[in-house]
Design a protein around this ligand. Structure first.
Ligand code: FAD
Length: 432
């Protein structure tokens, strides 16, 4: 069967891999000049910078890991410990590990009562039923009670654990106020926290897409090919790109949700169009500050997360990329990724963001000479926001698509590579 995949992020690439493995003839169209979507790598002056994603999460990412294993690539992943300093407003530092919730129990700012509460709530969550697969929108929808993560955390783990544990972790991962997020996904991750392990492919996260597409013939992989129209022509599906039209028996759309909405506008019911179009995304920015000579060769941890009670913070995380992924920097160099939070960002110009990134780096790691370059990645639509009600609304779209079309993308559950890969694999299987 001939299948066209539109969109070459991890969802589209995992879908193409699955279809090709199952013996179908796959043709993939990607709008930009590189596959990978928000996991792409950017090469500049000897640095290999991630434009988006930073790490995979081990056992919490079962389908990604299973496909990497199947392709014989899993052993190539480099483990990253994610050693972290929480940086308090008075500059006190507390060492934790991003991959270990238990390490947060040692925080001196938490009282004995806070810690007992955390352990009790953790155990309670572990023992209650929740979505087995935190990346299935269908399962998440079944556990969405309409509450938001800030409300839930303050009530269950208390204000200090909210500020020093839940907020720094989620600020880094999702960059929006926690009152914007629904609870089934983070709860499911806490239930599976013992499976968490961070890792990175040797050439950066974007490399997984190259691996997925390795077995697909070169002439079936189209870059710089934005699809601008899809139509039903008799029994076939036709897509139009700048270079012409292409026909197939089935169509798999793995773009961002608003692109899928526009492509399918005349082919789906209004409610499906509105659900796709209405998916909220954060405006998002991160900055890579590159140094030819590492100013902090002996810094004891891999990243710094600002914390403190109450206030708005511009930045969610500062990551020493050379420690996360040694191949991302030239020998002896260092690059720091500064990941911004969304509300303060709205008021900042590009130059403000770059200046703020360098000043935050100095506060976190110490003064440094002028960087080799400062590269801003700014997205008007960065990460999807899974608000209460999100999963159910989008999951219902699957049931009202025209025959022969399926959709994939991380937006069906929660932004992340596993959400994309799982949805791509599932869409491919459903389609054929
Ligand atoms: C700064 C940042 C940090 C992140 N960190 C992590 C992390 O550490 N770990 C993690 O797991 N996830 C992380 N993520 C999230 C992760 O990158 C996304 O979840 C993932 O890339 C989503 O994959 P996708 O295929 O659904 O969408 P995308 O990656 O957005 O891919 C969609 C693709 O469709 C293409 N496209 C759009 N329109 C068309 C068209 N008309 N025709 C053809 N092609 C089209 C786009 O160009 C794009 O390549 C991060 C994201 C960002 C932005």
């Amino acid at each position: 069967m001939k299948v066209i995949v539109i969109g070459g992020g991890p969802a589209g690439c995992a879908a193409a891999y699955t279809l090709n493995k199952d013996g179908h003839d796959v043709e993939i169209f990607e709008a930009s000049d590189q596959f990978g979507g928000r996991t792409k790598q950017l090469r500049r002056d000897g640095f290999n910078l991630g434009t988006g994603a930073l790490f995979l999460m081990g056992g919490i990412y079962p389908r990604t890991m299973a496909l990497l294993q199947e392709m014989g690539r899993k052993t190539e992943l480099k483990r990253w410990e994610g050693t972290t300093e929480l940086m308090d407003e008075d500059n006190s530092r507390y060492e934790v590990r991003f991959d270990s919730l238990l390490s947060f129990l040692k925080l001196p700012v938490l009282t004995f009562k806070d810690k007992v509460r955390l352990v009790y709530e953790g155990l309670k969550l572990f023992l209650t039923s929740g979505p087995k697969n935190p990346f299935s929108g269908t399962e998440l929808a079944a556990f969405d009670r309409g509450d938001n993560l800030e409300q839930w955390s303050r009530k269950h783990i208390g204000d200090r654990a909210y500020e020093y544990l839940m907020r720094p972790i989620m600020d880094f991962l999702y960059a929006v106020p926690l009152k914007e997020l629904s609870t089934p996904f983070p709860k499911a991750i806490i239930q599976q926290a013992h499976k968490l392990a961070l890792s990175v492919p040797p050439e950066g996260i974007g490399q997984i897409n190259d691996w997925f597409l390795e077995a697909i013939p070169k002439e079936n992989k189209h870059l710089k090919s934005p699809v601008d129209k899809v139509e039903r022509i008799g029994e076939k599906w036709r897509v139009s790109v700048k270079g012409g039209v292409f026909d197939a028996d089935r169509l798999l759309i793995a773009t961002e949700s608003f692109v899928a909405a526009k492509l399918l506008k005349d082919l789906i019911p209004k409610e499906a169009y509105e659900s796709l179009m209405g998916t909220p995304y954060t405006e998002y920015a991160h900055v890579a500050v590159a140094y030819e000579k590492n100013p902090w060769p002996d810094y004891p941890v891999d990243m710094v997360l600002p914390v403190g009670v109450g206030g708005e913070r511009n930045v969610g995380a500062m990551v020493l990329h050379g420690r996360r992924s040694p191949a991302s920097v030239p020998k002896g160099g260092q690059a720091v990724g500064v990941y911004f939070n969304t509300p303060p960002l709205e008021k900042m110009s590009d130059e403000d963001i770059k200046r703020e990134a360098v000043s935050q780096i100095h506060a976190a790691f110490g003064e440094a000479p002028k960087p080799t370059f400062v590269h801003l990645f700014r997205y008007t639509k960065g990460l999807t926001i899974a608000k209460p009600g999100h999963y159910g609304r989008l999951d219902s779209v699957h049931d009202i698509l025209p025959e022969g079309v399926s959709l994939a993308g991380d937006y069906f559950s929660q932004a992340g590579v596993e959400a994309a890969v799982y949805s791509g694999e599932r869409a491919a299987q459903d389609l054929v």
